[in-house]
Design a protein around this ligand. Structure first.
Ligand SMILES: Nc1ncnc2c1ncn2[C@@H]1O[C@H](COP(=O)(O)OP(=O)(O)OP(=O)(O)O)[C@@H](O)[C@H]1O
Ligand SMILES: [Mg+2]
Length: 337
């Protein structure tokens, strides 16, 4: 198990946040809320109270045994999916990424599938924040209930600018909502992305690529024969067209964020998406995505050129951009990253 470098520094704060009693895991699971003396309840209130104890306290036992530090945020992030009868169990941790952990979950039959992936964003203090300024330009701050923060909402805008706890929480949720929105748009448009199933403040539930024992590897871990590489390259290019038609640039596209399973690709990891029309670096970001994709496919024997593909895509879709001058913007800034 590996953690972000800041993990150790924050461990104690984290532990006391989620486990102020510092009890062991079993004890914490059994811990009951303090009994308060309350006036007699009506029948309806009693039924409601019983329903409320279902879920975490009522036995959201998971096959996967989370670490002490992980349990609090994992179960609180997934509880709403459990309570909404979307998942019945957490089976395994697929991978711990820089910003999120992804878990293989047993899906509730109502979802129509047997397995789903839950991408649980780390609590703010445990995330390796990438330099997100580049991606934030021209993006709205999205809330989990839907809708964006209004520009004239001075109090909220101030919190965002000042990076208060409330502001950081909003920015964090917005990051995740951009990923969910992109998945919704692209999935509806027929792109090869996981099906978005549900979202909460800290997690996204989506279609899972893989089987009960193995999650799909990333293309970067797969060597393809040249015929298959050609057809998968065409499929990735088809997806680039779908994205651009919807003004979406992935922003972190490479063979690491394309999964491979059953001869098909699935493109993942969208929190940093940028709008082709409102980010002045759109051309550069798209250029970087396309070059990285072509680097991988060239290694697999496909005759492709990132610069050529970029020019072709940009020429075709830049009309949807309100900032055509972006094409001429220096690439230096982004290449330096
Ligand atoms: N829908 C999915 N089905 C199966 N595995 C998935 C799915 N989504 C993500 N994963 C796995 O989890 C990993 C991390 O997911 P993702 O790239 O979205 O998060 P991240 O925190 O940005 O990770 P990284 O920093 O490694 O890019 C992926 O590389 C992949 O192995
Ligand atoms: Mg990733």
């Amino acid at each position: 198990m590996s953690f972000d470098s800041g993990y150790d520094d924050h461990y104690e704060a984290y532990e006391s946040y989620f486990d102020p009693m510092k009890t062991d895991r079993q004890a914490r699971r059994k811990r009951k809320p303090k009994v308060k003396h309350q006036p007699k309840k009506s029948h309806e209130q009693i039924v409601e109270a019983i329903a409320d104890t279902q879920g975490l306290e009522g036995g959201f036992e998971t096959t996967y045994v989370p670490g002490l530090f992980e349990e609090g945020w994992l179960l609180s992030a997934l509880r709403s999916f459990y309570d909404q009868a979307l998942i019945t169990d957490v089976l395994a941790r697929v991978r711990g990424g820089k910003e999120a952990n992804v878990y293989r979950c047993a899906a509730h039959p109502t979802t129509g599938v047997t397995l789903v992936a839950a991408k649980v964003y780390r609590p703010r203090m445990f995330r390796n924040l990438r330099n997100d300024k580049l991606y934030r330009e021209g993006r709205q701050i999205l809330r989990v209930e839907g809708g964006a923060v209004k520009e004239n909402d001075r109090r909220t805008m101030r919190a965002l600018d000042q990076g208060s706890a409330y502001g950081s929480e909003l920015a964090h949720t917005s990051w995740l909502m951009h990923e969910y929105r992109a998945l919704e748009t692209l999935y509806m448009a027929g792109a090869a992305v996981p099906r978005p199933i549900a979202v909460s403040e800290n997690a996204i539930l989506m279609g899972y690529a893989g089987d009960g024992s193995l999650a799909a590897p990333a293309l970067s871990d797969v060597a393809l024969d040249v015929d298959e590489a050609r057809s998968l390259y065409d499929e990735v290019v088809r997806n680039l067209h779908i994205m651009l038609r919807h003004r979406i640039i992935h922003g972190d596209l490479s063979a690491y964020n394309i999964l491979y399973w059953d001869d098909r690709v699935t493109i993942i990891d969208f929190p940093q998406v940028v709008d082709i029309g409102s980010n002045r670096q759109a051309a550069n970001i798209l250029h970087r995505d396309v070059v990285r994709v072509c680097e991988y496919f060239s290694e697999q024997g496909v005759d492709c050129d990132g610069d050529v593909l970029f020019e072709r895509l940009w020429r075709r879709y830049k009309a949807t951009s309100s900032r055509e001058d972006a094409a001429d913007a220096s690439r230096a800034e982004i290449d330096e990253e």
